[in-house]
Design a protein around this ligand. Structure first.
Ligand SMILES: [Zn+2]
Ligand SMILES: [Zn+2]
Length: 222
């Protein structure tokens, strides 16, 4: 159960680290170029199906990130075995050799305060904080510590605390922070406010369609 459902007024934040493991899923799909449409696709796309394969490592033996996505038929067979791929779309369409093979590798995070509790970013409950390491090459997307902090906020929104707020009054200025964060995220104890080099937007709160609140001393609250 989600923490947010237990107490609608406040949620305790906690930090998550990448565990180094990934959930692997195999998939088949009709190629985008074929322009085939599946009547059961919710986004107007082609036939698509996936199967959970198991847990794997994020890095290969040489320490390189294993890339996800398209696989040749040969690579699909040598890596997973062709029998580990779905054979048909939920609409009943049967995939042929001409259709694509691929795999998804979804990072699993673990709680700093209890590494036995693990989530994907999608599964993580409200209050989960993590570093968006893929933003770290953009200085103006990071806090003063060089990290790009994300917080799972109520309502299913990933709040990029070190990013730009939508009503920023100094959009040309890359140095200021719309939200000033204080404290060490890795302890879970973070405060976000307007104390620092900041713009005039808001009061340091996060304004979502269905939630408006603050992050103070490690608590998301309204
Ligand atoms: Zn289909
Ligand atoms: Zn701003």
């Amino acid at each position: 159960m989600n923490v947010w459902e237990r107490d609608p007024n406040r949620v305790k934040c906690f930090f998550m680290d990448p565990s180094g493991d990934v959930h692997i899923e195999t998939y088949r799909c009709t190629s985008y170029a074929s322009k085939i449409k599946c009547e059961m696709s919710t986004y107007g796309g082609g036939h698509w199906a996936h199967l959970p394969f198991g847990i794997g490592k994020e890095l290969d033996d040489k320490g390189h990130q294993v890339s996800a996505g398209y696989l040749t038929r040969e690579k699909a067979d040598s890596t997973y075995g062709l029998d580990k791929f779905p054979t048909e779309c939920q609409c009943g369409y049967k995939f042929t050799d001409a259709d694509e093979f691929g795999h998804r590798r979804i990072p699993i995070y673990q709680r700093r305060d209890d590494p036995s509790v693990r989530y994907t970013l999608q599964e993580a409950p409200d209050g989960a904080m993590y570093y968006a390491t893929w933003y770290e090459k953009h200085r103006d997307w990071c806090g003063l510590d060089g990290h790009a902090l994300m917080v799972k906020a109520p309502g299913g929104h990933d709040w990029h605390v070190d990013g730009r707020c939508s009503n920023c009054t100094r959009p040309e200025d890359k140095v200021h922070k719309c939200w000033c964060r204080h404290g060490d995220p890795e302890t879970g104890d973070v405060t976000v406010n307007k104390v620092g080099d900041t713009c005039s937007a808001g009061a340091g709160s996060l304004l979502l369609k269905n939630w408006h609140g603050f992050l103070t001393s490690g608590w998301l609250h309204t």
